[in-house]
Design a protein around this ligand. Structure first.
Ligand code: ADP
Ligand code: MG
Length: 695
């Protein structure tokens, strides 16, 4: 199906116009200008010809079969046009027209009708409200699109939810003299989905790298399924989606405040093997390396340079990205010292000096190709006016063509003077960057992709020691009473039913019960207000710590009831646990995706420094450990400067159990365990909140 869409031999343009400045006219101009290899049928009830091509009054009158039909007429006429396409036996439809779902219910209705009509005839739609597709294969030259960039053939395939961003990306590749294989912008995506297009690109032999721009998922599970599969076959590079502040505003918990829909998309990307970039430029630059070079087998880089400073900058950037510059073996050093200038620096980086000629470069590159310690080669090449730069470029290309190791270059030059050198490099598939950081970042993204390929798939542990029906009953009851925030007793019973480690607790319904209830908890204890008015308890004087006897308990209860005069006030008693690190573990639901779990140190670490890590459910133990180790303050949890650490294994197990708890109870919208207290020997939850979705 998708093959047909990208390989049309006859294209009809319904809504072809004689007006130069109209979409229906520009599509024909583009097909002509891109030298479309097939037949064009402008469809226009009045005009005899458009741009010199014979026009037909209806698609039904076209003399041959039609593979692809553009529809560029007012939306209300589109279903009828699709009906005629069906009768004609058209295979694929590009609806350029707007005026569908994006304008409201009426448009949505039209869109539905369009899809139904197309499916009746086994046709697929791209769009509506989209640009269309491009296939640069010279056998087709199919520019079924109304934009203005005419890519040369290549092996980067682009799919964009936003045509604007897609066009910017395509233009950038064009400016960088890089070819594009396929391009698709599918607007409202009423029928063909972005995952379907990704899957198609994944199966296309000539596509070496997929560049993706999405803002939202219409079906996250479809996306996840495809991403998981395709990312193992070829790199998928994506732009980080826009962030919204809405989630933060409405949040009841810390977790809810720190997680937003953009983050959820990012987490889907990273969990399922998509390389994420924060700007288009970096993404395009990395794509060029993937399109032209083999993927490095590891993170060890050999650097060749003819100038000092840029090599230092490149080194810093590589190391920051987690790459290494290993020492060269004695053997390599010995062989290089025979060939390079006496003043050259024979280490990593290898400084061949500005006066180095092609032979010097050749020797340095060959040495690094042979060096077992090195997986890729980065060349910092300033074009000195006193050496034969073209000869050096030819040497670099020759060695790259052996395809033994990844070779990329930071080519610092004046493009107008060294045009030939640049051309040799470009034609020879050497990715050339204008700054050491951009070269280093591109190489880093390739190593990141290697890590994705090498990543062992881990599955979340299934804990059987839990009573699932208890949580469901509690949630059902709260839902039926339209209560979003669960009461403390409900929260703690849910946590108990999943066998989570809790500090001993009990509830006194009133002051008279206090002393009796305290016996079951034991001193020292903590008294907390339990009321729907008291969500952030300590902020309003609802927490008294380290209560040592009955007298202190009564005083604390009076203090709390004076501060919080709520009708539903009860008293929550809990073991006092003064020791240990305070950590926060939270969850926030994302419909269709699952829950995002959050981990961090409590207190100012989460509130002020936002030093937290995230992962999507289901969270495996390996991922839980990564969550713990990826926060900046993780060293504290491992014990730092004589101070005791936390119990990492029990934290991992707690995260894993919470992953299961929220997955099995999808009604849980937000959950905060804040704090969880962890010492080297024990981990206990001392405060918890749960908010559910009441539908
Ligand atoms: P809230 O988050 O609603 O203000 P908490 O129950 O988290 O209330 O209590 C506030 C702080 O008191 C916690 O962050 C923790 O530092 C401390 N705390 C709470 N319960 C205990 C406990 N059982 N043992 C020791 N410290 C506690
Ligand atoms: Mg708390």
């Amino acid at each position: 199906m998708l093959h047909d869409l990208f390989h049309p031999k006859t294209v009809a343009v319904i809504g072809a116009s004689t007006k130069d400045l109209s979409i229906g006219n520009v599509i024909i101009k583009n097909l002509l200008r891109y030298q479309f290899k097939g037949t064009i049928y402008p469809i226009n009830p009045k005009a005899p010809q458009i741009r010199g091509i014979k026009a037909y009054s209806s698609i039904l009158n076209c003399p041959t079969d039609v593979d692809l039909a553009h529809i560029s007429i007012p939306s209300k006429f589109v279903p009828q046009a699709i009906e005629e396409c069906g009768q004609k036996g058209v295979k694929s439809i590009v609806i350029n027209s707007a005026g569908f779902k994006e304008i409201g219910p009426e448009g949505e209705q039209l869109q539905k009708l369009a899809v139904e009509t197309a499916h009746k005839y086994n046709m697929r739609i791209i769009g509506p409200n989209c640009q269309g597709i491009i296939n640069s294969d010279p056998d087709y030259n199919a520019y079924c699109n109304f934009t203005f960039t005419y890519p040369k053939p290549g092996n980067i395939s682009i799919v964009a939810q936003s045509g604007g961003v897609g066009a910017v990306i395509m233009q950038r590749f064009f400016d960088l003299d890089q070819g594009v294989r396929f391009y698709a912008s599918n607007g409202n995506a009423c029928d063909l989905s972005i995952p379907e297009i990704i899957e198609y690109y994944g199966n296309d032999e000539q596509t070496k790298v997929i560049v993706l721009y999405v803002e939202s998922f219409s079906d996250p599970q479809e996306f996840i399924k495809v991403a998981k599969k395709v990312s193992k076959k070829k790199p998928i590079l994506a732009m980080r989606a826009g962030k919204t502040e809405e989630g933060a505003k409405a949040a009841l918990s810390h977790t809810g405040g720190l997680v937003d829909s953009g983050l959820a998309i990012d987490l889907v990307f990273s969990k399922y093997g998509i390389l994420t970039f924060s700007d288009e430029e970096e993404m395009c630059q990395s794509a060029i390396s993937f399109a032209n070079q083999i993927i490095p087998t590891g993170k060890r880089v050999g650097l060749i340079t003819d100038t000092g400073g840029p090599a230092i900058i490149a080194t810093d950037s590589l190391v920051q990205g987690g790459l290494t510059l290993p020492d060269l073996s004695e053997q390599t050093k010995a062989s290089l010292s025979k060939i390079l200038f006496a003043d050259a620096s024979i280490a990593n980086p290898i400084d061949v000096l500005a006066t180095a000629n092609a032979n010097h470069y050749k020797a340095a590159m060959e040495a690094l190709i042979q060096e077992d310690n090195v997986d890729s080669i980065l060349i910092n090449f300033v074009t000195p006016p006193f050496v034969d730069c073209e000869a050096i470029a030819r040497e670099i290309v020759k060695i790259s063509q052996l395809k033994k190791k990844t070779i990329i270059c930071n080519l610092m030059t004046d493009r107008s003077q060294w045009g030939e050198t640049i051309k040799i490099m470009n034609d020879g598939n050497i990715p050339c960057y204008e700054f050491p950081e951009s070269a280093a970042k591109a190489l880093t993204s390739m190593v990141n992709y290697r890590n994705i390929l090498n990543k062992r798939e881990t599955t979340a542990e299934v804990h059987h020691d839990r009573e699932y029906s208890i949580s469901q009953k509690i949630i059902e009851k709260a839902k039926s009473e339209k209560r979003e925030v669960l009461e403390a007793s409900e929260v703690y019973r849910i946590l108990e039913s999943y066998n989570l480690p809790l500090a001993k607790w009990a509830i006194a319904k009133n002051k008279n019960e206090l002393i009796e209830v305290a016996k079951s908890v034991g001193y020292p204890l903590v008294l907390k207000a339990d009321s729907k008015e008291a969500i952030h308890k300590s902020d309003i004087g609802g927490v008294v710590l380290n209560i040592k006897n009955d007298e202190e308990l009564k005083a604390a209860a009076n203090q709390i009831s004076n501060k919080i005069q709520a009708d539903d006030l009860k008293f929550f008693l809990q073991e006092f646990k003064p020791d240990g690190h305070e950590v926060i573990i939270g969850a926030k639901s994302y419909p269709g995706i699952g829950h995002v779990l959050m981990f961090g140190l409590g207190g100012i670490f989460v509130e002020l420094l936002k030093d937290v890590s995230f992962e999507l459910t289901p969270v495996s133990n390996v991922e839980a450990e990564e969550m713990i180790n990826s926060i900046k303050a993780s060293k504290l949890l491992h014990g730092y400067r004589g101070k005791e650490g936390a119990n990492i294994n029990s934290l991992i197990s707690l995260i894993s159990k919470i992953s299961q708890l929220v997955s099995e109870n999808p009604e849980i919208d937000e959950m905060d365990l804040n704090p969880v207290k962890s010492t080297p020997t024990s981990t206990l939850i001392v405060d918890a909140r749960i908010k559910i979705n009441i539908g």
